[in-house]
Design a protein around this ligand. Structure first.
Ligand code: PEP
Ligand code: MG
Length: 748
C-alpha cells in the first residue's frame, strides 16, 4: 500500500471534523496522531506541544509509543531531534535517528526500536506551536514526499492547536487568582558562587521595564516637609552604605554610591522635585516623574557609562519613595531579595551586596570576575541562559543553590525543609571545623597551606584559617571595579593592608592579569578575536610599562619591612621573564633615587601556566626565585579547552596524563634547582587530586580559605610514601581512563 493518500489528511475539513468530535485538545491530538499514523503507514506518530513560557516541549499525544509517557516526556527547545526541529523551524529526516549526534534517547517510551525518523515543526508564522513526529522500524522509511506531506499536515494542525491552547490559557487565567503563585519549578543553571539563598525575585533588566512607576498605597496629604525628610534620610542611608563599603571593601568600593549621591545633590533633580511639590504636585508623583525623566535622558545617551546608571536611578527612586511613605523595603535595601539580572557589572554586584541582596541569578557565562567577586563576598551566584530568563517572575519566591546551580521557583515545603536541614548540618560542621595551624600528612610530611585572595575582605578568613601566608593575590580587582587605572598611591594603600595584616608572613603579589575574560571598561576598544590568546596578563604589562611600573613600585613600597614576592602571570618565555624583571629592577633604582623605602629582598617569580613555560622550565628555573603552577590556565592552554566554555567543560581535565606529567616535571625541576614551588590553581582545592600532588612532591599549596578545612583533612589522610607510589603509576598512564581508574581505587 502506498503512502500517497496522505493528501486526505491535509484536508482541513477532515481535521476540523476530528476537532468537532473531540471533547478536548488532548482528545483531538490523540485522534490526529492515529489518523496521521494510519495515512502515513508509520508505526509511530507523536505530537509535542510547545510552551513558550517554560521553553519546554511536552509529548501530548502518541500512537505507537508508550501512552504512559504522554504528559511526562519533556524536551527543551533544541533538545533531541524533535527539539532541534522546532528550534530551527525546519524538518529533520534521518534514515537512522539514533545515529544522529543530536539524537537524545528518552527513557520509558520504547523508542529505541524505531530507526526512521521524521519531524516537522508546527508553527504559526514565526510562533512555535509544537512538533509532529513520525517514526518507523524500517531504516530510511520516509522520503522527501513524506516530509512535504507531514509539513502540510502540520500547517493545518497549527491553527487548531494554537486556538485551542490560547483558549485553554484564557480559561486557566480566569480560574486562577492573579496573586496566586505559579507552580513550583526547578531551573538548572551553572554554579558560579557557592551558598544557599532564599528570597523574592527582583528583576534588574537593562532596557526592559524602563519606566518607574508610582507604588500602590501612597498616603494622601504628603507635603514638601515629608519630601525633605525623605531626602535627608536617603542621603544619610547612602552615606552610611558608602562608609560601610569603605570599611569592608576599601580596595574596590571606591565611591560605589557616588552616582546616587551626585544625582541626589543635583538641584535639577531634587530641587526640581521640591519645586513641583510646591506647585501642587503630590510628592510621590513628582519623584516618579523626575526619575522617569532622568531615566529617559540616561537611556538615550550614547555614552554606555550613563546608560549603566539607569539602575542606580531606579534604586534611588525606590529609596526616596520608601523613605517618603515608610513601607516595604527595610531601609530601602535588598534583604530577602534575590537579584535576577541580564547583565551586571562588578560594581553593581558590590553595590547590591552592600545593600544586602541575598544572591544573584545572572544571564551569561561564568565570567571569572563576577563569579570571583560573589565568592569573595560569600553571595551565591548562578548563571542562566537567555532563554531561561522567561522562567522567572518578578516577586516570586525562590530558593537558590549556588553550589549546584539549581534554582527553585515557588519551592515546595519539602524542598524548603530539605535545605533547612542541609543548612543546619553545614552550620554544625562549620562550628566544629577548626583549621589547625600546622598541616601534615598521616606520616608526618609537612605541607604548607597558603591562601589565595582577591579582595581585602578575603584577608579575615585567610587569617582565621591559619594561612601561612598569601600564595596568590589576584591584583586585578581594584582595576576591574574602578573607572580608571588606580594610582600608585591608591594601590600602595591596598597592598600595604595585605602586608600589615599578614604580620611578617609571606605575601605573593601577582601583577595585573587582565585580558582574556577580565576586561577593563576603560581599557578602550580592544576587540580581540581570541582574547585568551591576546593581550593578556604580562603581555599587557610589558606593552604598558608606565602602568606596570606604577604597580611594581606600589608592590615594592608596600613590601617594606615585610616578606613579599612579585609574581608574573602568563610567562611564555625566558625573554618575557627577563624583560619583566628588568622593569622591577628599574623601579627599584628609581625608588632608591627618590629615597623611598621598599623591600630590597622582594623575590621575583613566575606563574607556570603555559605549555611553553613547561618546555622551558629548566631555563626558567635557573633565573627565577620561585614558581607557582597556575593549573587553571595550564589546563586551558595545554589541552586547548576554553576554561569558560561550558560546551567543552568535559574536556577540561585536571587529571589528563599530559597535565599530570607537566605538573610533576615543574615540581622536580624546581626542586633540583632549589627553587620554591607551589600550586595556586583550583587543583589545589580538589581533594581527589591531593594524593597525586603530594606524591609528585608538592609541599606548598595556595587555595581559597573556605576550602582550607576540607583540604587539610584530605592531606592528613594521605600517606606520603604510598602517594608517591600511586603518583608514579599515574604518571605512567597513557590514557585518561587509566588515570580515572587509579583515582577511583584511591577513594575506595
Ligand atoms: C591559574 O591560572 O591557575 C590561576 C591561579 O590564575 P587565574 O585563575 O587567576 O587565572
Ligand atoms: Mg591564570
Amino acid at each position: 500500500m502506498g503512502k500517497a493518500n496522505v493528501n486526505m489528511i491535509c484536508d482541513i475539513a477532515e481535521l476540523s471534523s476530528l476537532f468537532e468530535k473531540s471533547s478536548s485538545l488532548d482528545d483531538f491530538l490523540q485522534a490526529a496522531v492515529s489518523v496521521v499514523a494510519y495515512h502515513m503507514q508509520a508505526a509511530v506518530c507523536s505530537i509535542y506541544i510547545y510552551d513558550d513560557k517554560t521553553r519546554d516541549l511536552t509529548l501530548r499525544a502518541t500512537q505507537g509509543l508508550s501512552l504512559d509517557a504522554v504528559g511526562q516526556v519533556k524536551l527543551r527547545l533544541g533538545q533531541g531531534l524533535a527539539g532541534l526541529s522546532l528550534k530551527e523551524l525546519r524538518a529533520i529526516r534521518e534514515a537512522r535517528g539514533s545515529l544522529s549526534p543530536k539524537y537524545q534517547p528518552v527513557s520509558g517510551i520504547d523508542e529505541e526500536k524505531y530507526q526512521a525518523f521524521l519531524a516537522v515543526p508546527i508553527r504559526r508564522g514565526l510562533t512555535r506551536v509544537g512538533v509532529l513526529v513520525v517514526q518507523d522500524p524500517e531504516p530510511d522509511y520516509f522520503d522527501k514526499k513524506d516530509e512535504q506531506a507531514l509539513g502540510a499536515i502540520a500547517a493545518q494542525l497549527a491553527a487548531v492547536i494554537e486556538n485551542a491552547t490560547l483558549l485553554q490559557e484564557l480559561h486557566r487565567r480566569d480560574a486562577v487568582k492573579p496573586q496566586e503563585p505559579a507552580g513550583a519549578k526547578m531551573i538548572k543553571g551553572r554554579p558560579a558562587s557557592g551558598g544557599i539563598a532564599q528570597g523574592r525575585a527582583t528583576f534588574i533588566i537593562s532596557g526592559r521595564g524602563g519606566s518607574f512607576q508610582t507604588p500602590a498605597g501612597v498616603p494622601d496629604g504628603l507635603t514638601v516637609k515629608d519630601f525633605d525628610l525623605a531626602l535627608e534620610r536617603t542621603e544619610q542611608q547612602l552615606k552610611d552604605l558608602q562608609r560601610q563599603a569603605d570599611e569592608e571593601l576599601s580596595d574596590v568600593a571606591q565611591l560605589i554610591f557616588s552616582a546616587h549621591l551626585l544625582i541626589l545633590a543635583d538641584d535639577e533633580f531634587s530641587g526640581e522635585i521640591r519645586r513641583r511639590i510646591e506647585k501642587g504636585s503630590p510628592p510621590a508623583e513628582a519623584i516618579v516623574d523626575l526619575v522617569n525623566r532622568y531615566i529617559q535622558i540616561f537611556s538615550a545617551s550614547s555614552n554606555p557609562r550613563l546608560q549603566e546608571k539607569v539602575h542606580d536611578l531606579k534604586d534611588l527612586g525606590h529609596r526616596l519613595l520608601e523613605n517618603l511613605i515608610g513601607g516595604g523595603r527595610v531601609q530601602g535595601d535588598y534583604s530577602g531579595q534575590i537579584i535576577v539580572a541580564d547583565m551586571l557589572l562588578p560594581s553593581d554586584i558590590l553595590k547590591l551586596a552592600t545593600e544586602k541582596a541575598e544572591g544573584f541569578i545572572v544571564q551569561g557565562g561564568v565570567t571569572s570576575h563576577n563569579a570571583i567577586i560573589c565568592r569573595s563576598l560569600q553571595k551565591p551566584m548562578v548563571m542562566i541562559d537567555p532563554q531561561q530568563f522567561e522562567l522567572f517572575c518578578e516577586s516570586c519566591e525562590m530558593l537558590m543553590d549556588g553550589n549546584q546551580g539549581t534554582i527553585y521557583v515557588n519551592p515546595s515545603q519539602e524542598v524548603l525543609r530539605e535545605y533547612a536541614e542541609h543548612e543546619k548540618t553545614l552550620q554544625e560542621l562549620e562550628a566544629t571545623a577548626q583549621v589547625c595551624d600546622v598541616t601534615s600528612t598521616e606520616d608526618g610530611t609537612r605541607i604548607h597551606m597558603f591562601a589565595n585572595i582577591n579582595l581585602l575582605s578575603d584577608l579575615k578568613p585567610a587569617i582565621a584559617s591559619h594561612a601561612e601566608g598569601i600564595g596568590l593575590y589576584r591584583s586585578e580587582f581594584p582595576f576591574i571595579i574602578r573607572n580608571a587605572f588606580p594610582s600608585e598611591e591608591e594601590q600602595y594603600r591596598v597592598y600595604s593592608r595585605i602586608v600589615e595584616s599578614m604580620e611578617g608572613r609571606e605575601v605573593t603579589f601577582r601583577t595585573l592579569d587582565i585580558g582574556g575574560d577580565k576586561v577593563l571598561s576603560y581599557q578602550g576598544e580592544v576587540e580581540e578575536a581570541n582574547p585568551f590568546l591576546g593581550l593578556r596578563a604580562i603581555r599587557f604589562s610589558l606593552l604598558h610599562k608606565d602602568i606596570f611600573s606604577e604597580q611594581l613600585r606600589a608592590f615594592l613600597r608596600a613590601g617594606a619591612g615585610g616578606n613579599t614576592r612579585i609574581m608574573f602571570p602568563l610567562i611564555a618565555s625566558l625573554d618575557d621573564f627577563l624583560e619583566a624583571r628588568d622593569v622591577v629592577y628599574s623601579c627599584m633604582r628609581e625608588l632608591d633615587e627618590r629615597g623611598v623605602p621598599y623591600n630590597r629582598d622582594t623575590k621575583i617569580g613566575i606563574m607556570v601556566e603555559l605549555p611553553s613555560a613547561v618546555v622551558l622550565i629548566e631555563d626558567l628555573a635557573r633565573e627565577v626565585d620561585f614558581m607557582s603552577i597556575g593549573t587553571n590556565d595550564l589546563i586551558q592552554y595545554m589541552l586547548a579547552v576554553d576554561r569558560t566554555n561550558d560546551q567543552v567543560s568535559k574536556l577540561y581535565l585536571s587529571h589528563h596524563p599530559a597535565i599530570l606529567r607537566a605538573i610533576e616535571r615543574v615540581i622536580s625541576v624546581a626542586k633540583n634547582h632549589g627553587k620554591d614551588v607551589s600550586i595556586c590553581g583550583d587543583i589545589a582545592m580538589d581533594p581527589k587530586m591531593i594524593p597525586f600532588l603530594i606524591g609528585a612532591g608538592i609541599t606548598k599549596l595556595s587555595l581559597p580559605s573556605r576550602r582550607a578545612y576540607e583540604i587539610q583533612q584530605a592531606i592528613s589522610g594521605v600517606n606520603a610514601k604510598k602517594a608517591a607510589a600511586v603518583a608514579r603509576r599515574m604518571l605512567a598512564c597513557s590514557r585518561v581512563s587509566e588515570v580515572e581508574a587509579l583515582l577511583d581505587t584511591q577513594t575506595k
